[in-house]
Ligand binder design. Sequence first.
Ligand code: IP8
Length: 252
Amino acid sequence: MKMILVKAGGSAVTDKKKEFTPRIDVIEKVADQLSRSGKQIILVHGGGSFGHPLAKKFGLQHGFTDKSQIEGVSRTRYSMTELNQLIVSTFIKKGIHAVSVQTSACFVCTDARISLSFLEPVERFLQLGCVPVLYGDVVTDTKMGFCILSGDQIVSYLARKFNPERVIFGLEVDGLYTKDPVYADAELIREVTFSDLKSIGGGETGDVTKGMKGKLSEIENMRGVEVDLINLTKEGTLLKALKGDVIGTRIR
Ligand code: IP8
């Protein structure tokens, strides 16, 4: 069976307006749908209010510039572990055999791009029938000292390594829009080709990893795989997408 890669966006699984605040209802909804799908899954979640405010406060996206940032490296790493634990424990309560995989222990970057990885545990846990759960994180970088590795870059990397059946990005909006969905005339795009992605703006989110623009540039690296963008906060969307229905935006 081919596996499905799911990215649970930080803006869907946390309250971006309140630091360190999870959206338990969304996390439980995700868990329910994953457990009902019967699919093999690798899940990657974002940082949301557990990652981005701290990363921004200490300027972690710029890499090492000053010793005072190291406190931020440690605190951000710890905070991401807390969010990950919460997600994994919710999954386990719902009967999913989730296994946390610490991102900074299996990826090293060079200029904020993955240059080294150790994914054998991910592959082997998957073969055992577990659901590996990775996350956007602060990782070491051979040039910058450290950097922020987004969950989106991890998904794009895993998609190229593991050739999944499909990739699903769970957001807090319905999909990809013709412009930032804060504008009333923004329209939801149902289907788009990889070649047309460049012409779409998408909108900013204030994330250190560049929000929708950053996401689209990672998606561009996944040509050949079917990619769905869906609203993770709505009832039943993930289960439908896992079964192959077009719920939000399909990119192919
Ligand atoms: O939310 C970034 O991951 P993303 C994680 O997937 C941190 O961009 C630590 C800010």
